[in-house]
Design a protein around this ligand. Sequence first.
Ligand code: ATP
Ligand code: MG
Length: 559
Amino acid sequence: MSTIEQTAPTSNNFLRTIIDDDLKSGRHKTVVTRFPPEPNGYLHIGHAKSICINFGLARDFGGRCHLRFDDTNPAKEEQEYIDSIKESVRWLGFDWGENLYYASDYFEQLYQWAEYLIRERKAYVEDLNADEMRAHRGTLTEAGKESPHRNRSVEENLDLFRRMKAGEFPDGARVLRARIDMAAPNMNLRDPVLYRIIHATHPHVGDAWKIYPMYDFAHGQSDAIEGITHSICTLEFEDHKPLYEWFLENLPVPSKPRQYEFARLNLTYTVMSKRKLQELVQLGIVSGWDDPRMPTLMGIKRRGYTAVAVRAFCDMIGVGRSDSWIDMSILEECVRADLNETAPRAMAVLRPLKLVIDNWPTGQVEEITALNHPQKPEMGTRMVHFSREIWIDGDDFIENPPKGFHRLTVGGEVKLRFGYIVKCTGVVKDEEGRILELHGEYDPASREGIHTADGRKVKGVIHWVSDAHAVNAEVRLFDRLFSDPNPDRGGADYKQYLNPLSVETLTECKLEAGLADSDIETRYQFERLGYFRQDPKDSVAGKPVFNRVVTLRDVWTKK
Ligand code: ATP
Ligand code: MG
């Protein structure tokens, strides 16, 4: 499953070689790329690959990268998506500067070029409906049939096209087609549709237009208008390249960009089609496009992934031309690698179980200095409080432990991280036999090490939080949204592979005191539990909500 595309690092991918050659040969003086999202959904981790490639090439070759909204279909596009896309690109750490464009800003020019093609007898108004057109189109082995409207006069075409523009006809009544070749082996050249009628309000140009250019008619010409030198897209556009070039050859465009394709990112345990992501939102399977389990950039940002980690991931997977799958664990490992370096450590108890230390004087508090990062003294220290009543994690106590259990059990001993060794002396239960609290005794000689006063070594070290100083918090344990590596595989409904345990919400958690007023941006390693960060939407002062960003270790690969 996990064929890792750990090919060339960005320093020498094939696109770099092409650009290098173009600059050396003088074909181009500077490199101009673009990232061209359609604002019909939120960006996802796949888009991050494209963003890193396009903005990264411009950065490294001293050129520029445009952000262009490919907004040719008002039926699906919304301002909310435009805003979220800008936020996502910025979050990833890229800046388009003054180069923010909309394909819809070129609608007038594109319209003029459509009329130009009509006058050149290279475009015509088609009255056949979509089904009839499909029937005429032929197959890969059979030529298509020419439309009865293909040889309309220039005047009639211009008249009909202008009336389409004026809004005289309902949606779908007519289209404008290029007049290329109904027998072309490449189906994209069999008189492709250039314009369709859509009566809808457009998020950027409002109600100005009743006809909208198809993606293919807008994309290359937009590149040409902006002086894009290298138009980099994913492999599924390879078949469209002859059409891209046909427009550039047959229109008086101001420049001649070139299209290059690379393999899109496929990631296991998730879906990336915007239609499916939209469906997850609409059906309420997730809380929104920015649900921390979503592969959207707004989702992983909210979850607490860092832009540094996402960029490192995009670097690591490289840029190639062959389709491959990247295992989710690679992305998670990039997040861990970043947070292991930068996240201060803290203690948090997620499923609290009280431990009363009977030989510790009531009311006495010891302040203990704890390192924020075991390998990085420069990250400083903090104070943790030791007192008579502390919380430990329910998972760290078992009454009848299996062999090899080194945490707490009745009569057993364990080291409290930064604190003392305690011995569990008893369990208090309610009438139904549920454990209410534990009792224990500490060993005063054991503060600094893992040896008891009489020299025995304790095997287990557990985390804990002083009850009197604890901050109450909600913690959300996120896991992968799907439990199958390829929920998107053909035919089956991807929703049947949803992971029923993709989130567990724990509302009784106890955090060490210092986390009461922690900065929302700080990711912590909760010792032994994973990396966590406050949820930027739901966390409030006095009632923090923490998201688990990623576990400490990969728990999936072994499964
Ligand atoms: P849809 O999911 O509707 O097919 P899309 O993901 O192609 O849409 P666009 O807004 O057209 O969405 O994508 C913008 C750019 O991002 C395009 O250049 C596209 O090639 C690129 N892109 C999209 N998905 C991926 C991916 N998985 N890996 C790399 N690049 C991608
Ligand atoms: Mg697309």
